[in-house]
Design a protein around this ligand. Structure first.
Ligand code: ASP
Length: 320
Protein backbone atom coordinates (compact mmCIF):
# COMPACT_ATOMS: atom_id res chain seq x y z
CA UNK A 1 0.00 0.00 0.00
CA UNK A 2 2.76 2.36 1.06
CA UNK A 3 4.76 1.56 -2.03
CA UNK A 4 1.73 1.95 -4.25
CA UNK A 5 0.98 5.32 -2.68
CA UNK A 6 4.48 6.60 -3.32
CA UNK A 7 4.50 5.45 -6.88
CA UNK A 8 1.14 7.11 -7.66
CA UNK A 9 1.93 10.55 -6.34
CA UNK A 10 4.74 11.42 -8.76
CA UNK A 11 2.60 10.19 -11.65
CA UNK A 12 -0.38 12.37 -10.74
CA UNK A 13 1.30 15.54 -9.61
CA UNK A 14 3.07 16.56 -12.82
CA UNK A 15 -0.01 16.01 -14.98
CA UNK A 16 -2.17 18.20 -12.73
CA UNK A 17 0.45 20.89 -12.73
CA UNK A 18 0.78 20.62 -16.49
CA UNK A 19 -2.95 21.15 -16.89
CA UNK A 20 -2.91 24.35 -14.86
CA UNK A 21 0.11 25.90 -16.52
CA UNK A 22 -0.36 24.67 -20.08
CA UNK A 23 -0.03 27.21 -22.87
CA UNK A 24 -3.43 28.29 -24.09
CA UNK A 25 -4.34 28.81 -27.70
CA UNK A 26 -5.23 32.50 -27.73
CA UNK A 27 -6.64 34.38 -30.70
CA UNK A 28 -3.84 36.65 -32.01
CA UNK A 29 -6.17 39.66 -32.02
CA UNK A 30 -7.46 39.00 -28.52
CA UNK A 31 -6.54 40.99 -25.46
CA UNK A 32 -8.17 41.45 -22.09
CA UNK A 33 -10.23 44.59 -21.62
CA UNK A 34 -13.73 45.77 -20.86
CA UNK A 35 -16.12 46.88 -22.10
CA UNK A 36 -16.22 44.88 -25.30
CA UNK A 37 -18.65 44.41 -28.19
CA UNK A 38 -18.12 41.77 -30.87
CA UNK A 39 -20.34 40.75 -33.76
CA UNK A 40 -20.47 38.69 -36.93
CA UNK A 41 -19.71 39.86 -40.45
CA UNK A 42 -19.23 43.31 -41.90
CA UNK A 43 -22.62 44.66 -40.78
CA UNK A 44 -21.18 44.21 -37.26
CA UNK A 45 -19.18 47.43 -37.52
CA UNK A 46 -22.28 49.64 -37.48
CA UNK A 47 -23.99 47.44 -34.89
CA UNK A 48 -20.93 47.61 -32.63
CA UNK A 49 -20.82 51.37 -32.94
CA UNK A 50 -24.39 51.73 -31.71
CA UNK A 51 -23.93 49.12 -28.96
CA UNK A 52 -20.68 50.59 -27.68
CA UNK A 53 -22.13 54.13 -27.60
CA UNK A 54 -24.84 52.84 -25.25
CA UNK A 55 -22.29 51.10 -23.04
CA UNK A 56 -20.00 54.13 -22.94
CA UNK A 57 -22.92 56.15 -21.58
CA UNK A 58 -23.12 53.61 -18.73
CA UNK A 59 -25.90 51.73 -20.49
CA UNK A 60 -26.64 48.06 -19.97
CA UNK A 61 -25.33 45.25 -22.14
CA UNK A 62 -28.88 44.02 -22.81
CA UNK A 63 -29.88 47.42 -24.30
CA UNK A 64 -26.64 47.57 -26.25
CA UNK A 65 -27.07 44.17 -27.90
CA UNK A 66 -30.68 44.82 -28.84
CA UNK A 67 -30.09 48.25 -30.33
CA UNK A 68 -26.86 47.13 -31.96
CA UNK A 69 -28.44 44.37 -34.04
CA UNK A 70 -31.44 46.57 -34.87
CA UNK A 71 -29.16 48.47 -37.27
CA UNK A 72 -28.78 45.34 -39.40
CA UNK A 73 -32.50 44.52 -39.14
CA UNK A 74 -33.43 48.00 -40.43
CA UNK A 75 -30.94 48.05 -43.31
CA UNK A 76 -32.76 47.23 -46.59
CA UNK A 77 -29.42 46.53 -48.30
CA UNK A 78 -28.68 43.72 -45.90
CA UNK A 79 -30.25 40.66 -47.48
CA UNK A 80 -29.84 38.28 -44.57
CA UNK A 81 -31.46 40.09 -41.65
CA UNK A 82 -34.83 41.81 -41.11
CA UNK A 83 -36.02 44.27 -43.78
CA UNK A 84 -34.72 43.21 -47.18
CA UNK A 85 -33.95 39.68 -46.04
CA UNK A 86 -34.07 37.12 -48.85
CA UNK A 87 -37.33 35.16 -48.69
CA UNK A 88 -38.04 31.45 -48.42
CA UNK A 89 -38.69 29.56 -51.64
CA UNK A 90 -42.32 30.68 -51.67
CA UNK A 91 -41.42 34.36 -51.41
CA UNK A 92 -42.04 34.92 -47.67
CA UNK A 93 -39.48 36.73 -45.51
CA UNK A 94 -39.49 34.76 -42.25
CA UNK A 95 -37.40 35.88 -39.30
CA UNK A 96 -35.68 34.22 -36.33
CA UNK A 97 -34.13 36.03 -33.35
CA UNK A 98 -33.09 35.55 -29.74
CA UNK A 99 -31.72 37.62 -26.88
CA UNK A 100 -30.25 36.76 -23.47
CA UNK A 101 -29.27 38.88 -20.47
CA UNK A 102 -26.84 38.62 -17.58
CA UNK A 103 -29.36 36.94 -15.29
CA UNK A 104 -29.82 34.03 -17.67
CA UNK A 105 -33.18 35.32 -18.76
CA UNK A 106 -33.88 34.95 -22.46
CA UNK A 107 -36.49 35.34 -25.17
CA UNK A 108 -36.89 34.34 -28.77
CA UNK A 109 -39.11 34.38 -31.81
CA UNK A 110 -39.06 32.08 -34.79
CA UNK A 111 -40.79 32.01 -38.16
CA UNK A 112 -42.04 35.56 -37.58
CA UNK A 113 -43.26 37.53 -40.57
CA UNK A 114 -43.84 41.21 -41.39
CA UNK A 115 -42.14 42.67 -38.32
CA UNK A 116 -38.95 44.62 -38.95
CA UNK A 117 -37.40 44.16 -35.51
CA UNK A 118 -37.78 40.55 -34.38
CA UNK A 119 -35.06 41.10 -31.77
CA UNK A 120 -37.32 43.57 -29.94
CA UNK A 121 -40.21 41.11 -30.06
CA UNK A 122 -37.85 38.48 -28.60
CA UNK A 123 -36.98 40.90 -25.80
CA UNK A 124 -40.68 41.48 -25.10
CA UNK A 125 -41.22 37.72 -24.94
CA UNK A 126 -38.41 37.60 -22.39
CA UNK A 127 -39.71 40.47 -20.30
CA UNK A 128 -43.49 40.30 -20.62
CA UNK A 129 -44.32 36.60 -20.80
CA UNK A 130 -43.58 33.53 -18.70
CA UNK A 131 -42.26 31.87 -21.88
CA UNK A 132 -38.97 31.82 -23.74
CA UNK A 133 -40.11 31.35 -27.32
CA UNK A 134 -43.04 32.33 -29.52
CA UNK A 135 -43.37 31.20 -33.09
CA UNK A 136 -45.17 32.01 -36.34
CA UNK A 137 -48.71 33.36 -36.13
CA UNK A 138 -48.57 33.41 -32.33
CA UNK A 139 -45.40 35.50 -32.35
CA UNK A 140 -46.99 37.91 -34.83
CA UNK A 141 -50.16 38.18 -32.75
CA UNK A 142 -48.05 38.92 -29.67
CA UNK A 143 -46.00 41.53 -31.54
CA UNK A 144 -49.10 43.34 -32.81
CA UNK A 145 -50.63 43.31 -29.34
CA UNK A 146 -47.46 45.01 -28.09
CA UNK A 147 -47.52 47.86 -30.58
CA UNK A 148 -45.26 46.53 -33.34
CA UNK A 149 -46.40 47.50 -36.85
CA UNK A 150 -46.84 45.01 -39.65
CA UNK A 151 -44.94 45.87 -42.83
CA UNK A 152 -43.82 44.25 -46.04
CA UNK A 153 -40.18 43.24 -45.61
CA UNK A 154 -39.63 41.93 -49.14
CA UNK A 155 -37.75 44.73 -50.90
CA UNK A 156 -37.66 45.07 -54.67
CA UNK A 157 -34.02 43.95 -54.69
CA UNK A 158 -34.77 40.76 -52.74
CA UNK A 159 -37.87 40.07 -54.79
CA UNK A 160 -35.86 40.29 -58.03
CA UNK A 161 -33.21 37.95 -56.59
CA UNK A 162 -35.92 35.47 -55.56
CA UNK A 163 -37.57 35.61 -58.99
CA UNK A 164 -34.24 34.92 -60.60
CA UNK A 165 -33.63 32.02 -58.21
CA UNK A 166 -37.11 30.62 -58.97
CA UNK A 167 -36.18 30.06 -62.60
CA UNK A 168 -33.84 27.30 -61.51
CA UNK A 169 -35.17 26.68 -58.00
CA UNK A 170 -31.91 25.09 -56.99
CA UNK A 171 -31.10 25.22 -53.34
CA UNK A 172 -27.36 25.47 -53.16
CA UNK A 173 -25.73 27.38 -50.35
CA UNK A 174 -22.67 29.27 -51.53
CA UNK A 175 -20.03 29.44 -48.87
CA UNK A 176 -19.70 32.98 -47.45
CA UNK A 177 -21.83 34.36 -50.22
CA UNK A 178 -24.74 35.75 -48.91
CA UNK A 179 -27.34 33.07 -48.75
CA UNK A 180 -26.86 33.56 -45.08
CA UNK A 181 -25.17 36.08 -42.84
CA UNK A 182 -26.89 36.35 -39.52
CA UNK A 183 -25.85 39.02 -37.10
CA UNK A 184 -24.84 37.67 -33.69
CA UNK A 185 -23.58 40.25 -31.22
CA UNK A 186 -22.11 39.82 -27.73
CA UNK A 187 -21.34 42.63 -25.26
CA UNK A 188 -19.95 43.18 -21.79
CA UNK A 189 -20.85 46.51 -20.18
CA UNK A 190 -18.97 48.59 -17.61
CA UNK A 191 -20.56 46.61 -14.78
CA UNK A 192 -19.05 43.45 -16.26
CA UNK A 193 -22.45 42.10 -17.28
CA UNK A 194 -22.77 40.03 -20.46
CA UNK A 195 -25.64 39.92 -22.94
CA UNK A 196 -26.11 38.56 -26.44
CA UNK A 197 -28.45 38.90 -29.42
CA UNK A 198 -28.83 37.05 -32.68
CA UNK A 199 -31.17 37.87 -35.58
CA UNK A 200 -31.60 36.61 -39.13
CA UNK A 201 -33.88 35.95 -42.07
CA UNK A 202 -32.21 32.55 -42.19
CA UNK A 203 -31.13 30.64 -45.23
CA UNK A 204 -32.30 32.20 -48.45
CA UNK A 205 -34.92 30.18 -50.35
CA UNK A 206 -35.33 27.74 -47.47
CA UNK A 207 -38.44 25.57 -47.16
CA UNK A 208 -41.44 27.45 -45.84
CA UNK A 209 -41.53 26.95 -42.08
CA UNK A 210 -37.83 26.16 -41.74
CA UNK A 211 -36.32 27.48 -38.52
CA UNK A 212 -32.56 27.63 -38.06
CA UNK A 213 -30.22 27.87 -35.10
CA UNK A 214 -30.49 31.61 -34.60
CA UNK A 215 -33.61 31.71 -32.37
CA UNK A 216 -32.58 28.67 -30.36
CA UNK A 217 -30.97 29.60 -27.07
CA UNK A 218 -27.76 27.59 -26.81
CA UNK A 219 -27.50 27.01 -30.55
CA UNK A 220 -27.34 30.42 -32.26
CA UNK A 221 -26.34 32.28 -29.09
CA UNK A 222 -25.78 31.71 -25.39
CA UNK A 223 -24.41 33.74 -22.50
CA UNK A 224 -23.62 32.86 -18.91
CA UNK A 225 -22.60 35.80 -16.78
CA UNK A 226 -20.15 33.70 -14.78
CA UNK A 227 -18.30 32.53 -17.85
CA UNK A 228 -18.83 34.38 -21.13
CA UNK A 229 -20.88 34.24 -24.29
CA UNK A 230 -20.92 32.77 -27.78
CA UNK A 231 -22.82 33.15 -31.04
CA UNK A 232 -22.92 31.37 -34.36
CA UNK A 233 -23.45 32.07 -38.02
CA UNK A 234 -23.67 29.82 -41.05
CA UNK A 235 -25.56 26.64 -41.79
CA UNK A 236 -28.00 26.54 -38.88
CA UNK A 237 -28.69 22.83 -39.13
CA UNK A 238 -25.06 22.01 -38.29
CA UNK A 239 -25.11 24.33 -35.29
CA UNK A 240 -28.41 22.87 -34.09
CA UNK A 241 -27.07 19.32 -34.26
CA UNK A 242 -24.22 20.25 -31.92
CA UNK A 243 -25.89 22.96 -29.80
CA UNK A 244 -22.85 25.05 -30.66
CA UNK A 245 -23.06 28.23 -28.59
CA UNK A 246 -23.88 26.37 -25.39
CA UNK A 247 -20.99 24.04 -26.12
CA UNK A 248 -18.58 26.96 -26.53
CA UNK A 249 -19.61 28.53 -23.22
CA UNK A 250 -19.40 25.20 -21.39
CA UNK A 251 -15.91 24.58 -22.77
CA UNK A 252 -14.84 27.99 -21.49
CA UNK A 253 -16.37 27.16 -18.09
CA UNK A 254 -14.08 24.16 -17.98
CA UNK A 255 -10.99 26.21 -18.70
CA UNK A 256 -10.78 26.59 -22.47
CA UNK A 257 -9.83 29.97 -23.90
CA UNK A 258 -12.51 31.52 -26.15
CA UNK A 259 -10.39 30.57 -29.16
CA UNK A 260 -9.98 26.96 -28.03
CA UNK A 261 -13.70 26.70 -27.37
CA UNK A 262 -14.63 28.01 -30.83
CA UNK A 263 -12.18 25.63 -32.49
CA UNK A 264 -13.51 22.62 -30.60
CA UNK A 265 -17.10 23.52 -31.51
CA UNK A 266 -16.14 23.69 -35.19
CA UNK A 267 -14.35 20.35 -34.91
CA UNK A 268 -17.43 18.69 -33.44
CA UNK A 269 -19.12 19.59 -36.73
CA UNK A 270 -16.31 18.72 -39.11
CA UNK A 271 -15.81 15.34 -37.43
CA UNK A 272 -19.30 14.08 -38.23
CA UNK A 273 -20.81 16.21 -40.95
CA UNK A 274 -19.93 16.77 -44.55
CA UNK A 275 -18.65 20.28 -44.00
CA UNK A 276 -17.18 20.86 -47.48
CA UNK A 277 -20.26 22.65 -48.77
CA UNK A 278 -21.19 24.88 -45.89
CA UNK A 279 -19.78 27.52 -43.64
CA UNK A 280 -19.99 27.85 -39.85
CA UNK A 281 -18.47 30.69 -37.84
CA UNK A 282 -18.34 31.04 -34.06
CA UNK A 283 -17.49 34.04 -31.89
CA UNK A 284 -16.87 33.86 -28.13
CA UNK A 285 -15.91 36.20 -25.31
CA UNK A 286 -14.97 35.49 -21.72
CA UNK A 287 -15.41 37.59 -18.58
CA UNK A 288 -12.01 39.24 -19.03
CA UNK A 289 -12.93 40.49 -22.47
CA UNK A 290 -10.73 38.01 -24.35
CA UNK A 291 -12.30 36.74 -27.53
CA UNK A 292 -12.15 33.83 -29.92
CA UNK A 293 -13.30 33.38 -33.52
CA UNK A 294 -13.14 30.34 -35.75
CA UNK A 295 -14.85 29.03 -38.87
CA UNK A 296 -14.82 26.07 -41.19
CA UNK A 297 -13.83 27.81 -44.42
CA UNK A 298 -11.76 30.91 -44.97
CA UNK A 299 -13.89 34.03 -45.31
CA UNK A 300 -15.73 34.56 -42.04
CA UNK A 301 -14.97 37.95 -40.54
CA UNK A 302 -16.11 39.79 -37.45
CA UNK A 303 -16.22 43.28 -35.98
CA UNK A 304 -14.53 43.93 -32.64
CA UNK A 305 -15.01 47.07 -30.58
CA UNK A 306 -12.69 47.31 -27.59
CA UNK A 307 -10.84 50.35 -26.25
CA UNK A 308 -10.89 53.09 -28.86
CA UNK A 309 -11.13 50.72 -31.81
CA UNK A 310 -13.95 49.19 -33.84
CA UNK A 311 -12.41 47.08 -36.57
CA UNK A 312 -12.91 44.08 -38.81
CA UNK A 313 -10.82 40.93 -38.37
CA UNK A 314 -10.62 37.68 -40.31
CA UNK A 315 -11.31 34.53 -38.33
CA UNK A 316 -8.92 31.61 -38.50
CA UNK A 317 -10.33 28.61 -40.30
CA UNK A 318 -10.31 24.84 -40.32
CA UNK A 319 -10.24 24.18 -44.02
CA UNK A 320 -8.65 26.21 -46.83
N1 ASP B 1 -27.55 30.53 -39.04
C1 ASP B 1 -28.55 31.09 -39.89
C2 ASP B 1 -29.57 30.05 -40.22
O1 ASP B 1 -29.21 28.92 -40.44
C3 ASP B 1 -28.06 31.66 -41.15
C4 ASP B 1 -26.81 32.48 -41.07
O2 ASP B 1 -26.07 32.53 -40.15
O3 ASP B 1 -26.53 33.17 -42.00
O4 ASP B 1 -30.72 30.38 -40.31
Amino acid sequence: MGILGISLIPNCAPSLEKKETREKNINPNSKEGLPIVISTWFHGLEANKVAMAIIQKDGKAIDAVEQGVMTAEADPENTSVGLGGLPDRDGNVTLDACIMDETGNCGSVSFLQNIKHPISVARKVMEDTPHVMLSGAGALQFALAHGFQEENLLTEKSKIAWEKWKKESKYQPIINIENHDTIGLLAIDKQGNIAGACTTSGLAYKMHGRVGDSPIIGAGMFVDNEVGGACATGMGEAVLKTLGSFLVVELMRQGASPQEACEEAVKRITKKQNYKDFQIGYLAINKKGEHGAYCIHKGFNYALSQGEKNEMYDANFYHQ
